[in-house]
Design a protein around this ligand. Structure first.
Ligand code: RET
Length: 273
């Protein structure tokens, strides 16, 4: 009787071992995790090496923020591969898989909360952002990830799942605004427009893929199955994290002086004369 009470309090109905085993049984899904664990490991070693001679503190901050991206990633995918951050959630009525237990990789949304601000911090420093714009984009980005997590985890109402999705999209618009309207002007003034615009396009194009895969995958309309959706995210991650970080670090290592000349990000306003 005690066990039954305990089971009712715990939201997960499957043990972690059972979840781990069902991931193991789906080779395609499992490969979408391990491919990224391997790539993140290689990226960490490569990025440490690429930044070894960076001396300017501002360039170093870009380097540290960029290095955090594969570090978070290796943790994120280890959580998924072990079953720690996966749950089988029963979808509400209205959903294409209503009443079925659907494998939900909620660890992805959770770890995006940690990795995407690092990407934006690095990009903002490259563009020569002020603190206000940096704060705006990072808080909107975190809100986007957390409300995306809420969308995926809501099992009471299909309509509310999409309402969360809509809220998340509005935060995404704020992120896009700073990236596409504010920072390009700053980058022009900071003499980093060329590299900034390349990374901006890479980021905007790939980041659009995430809400699309969410909508088409098991969490949304369930047109794509779980393993395909997972590979969708894994491929986007390869571009949005490792390719992005490589291009940024290569440029920073070669152009440290340009970064060193930028005004300080961490003051608000002009200050006393
Ligand atoms: C969700 C669903 C709700 C609507 C929107 C989303 C956007 C997610 C994005 C994720 C980017 C992730 C990256 C991860 C790299 O570590 C949460 C899928 C707008 C843009 C770049």
């Amino acid at each position: 009787a005690e066990m039954a009470t305990y089971a009712q309090l715990v939201p997960l109905e499957m043990t972690q071992t059972e979840i781990y085993e069902s991931v193991q049984d789906d080779t395609l899904l499992n490969a979408s995790f391990w491919a990224n664990i391997a790539l993140a490991g290689i990226a960490i070693l490569l990025f440490v090496y690429m930044g070894r001679n960076v001396k300017d503190p501002r360039a170093q901050l870009i380097w540290v923020a960029t290095l955090m991206v594969p570090l978070v990633s290796i943790a994120s995918y280890t959580g998924l591969a072990s079953g720690l951050t996966i749950s089988f959630l029963e979808m509400p009525s209205g959903h294409a898989l209503a009443g079925e237990e659907v494998l939900t990789m909620w660890g992805r949304y959770l770890t995006w909360t940690l990795s995407t601000p690092m990407i934006l911090l690095a990009l903002g420093l490259l563009a020569g952002t002020n603190l206000t714009k940096l704060f705006t984009i990072i808080t909107a980005d975190i809100a986007m990830c957390v409300t995306g997590l809420a969308a995926a985890m809501t099992t009471s109402s299909y309509a509310i799942r999409w309402f969360w999705y809509f809220i998340s999209c509005t935060f995404f618009i704020v992120v896009l605004y700073v990236l596409l309207v504010e920072w390009p002007k700053d980058a022009e003034a900071a003499n980093t427009a060329e590299i900034f615009n390349l990374l901006k396009i890479l980021t905007v194009v790939l980041w659009f893929g995430y809400p699309i895969f969410w909508a088409l995958g098991a969490e949304g309309l369930a047109i794509l199955d779980v393993a395909i959706t997972s590979w969708g995210y894994s491929f986007l991650d390869i571009g949005a994290k490792y390719v992005f970080a490589f291009l940024l670090l290569r440029w920073v290592a070669a152009n440290e002086a340009v970064i060193a000349k930028q005004p300080s990000t961490f003051t608000i306003g002009a200050g006393p004369e």
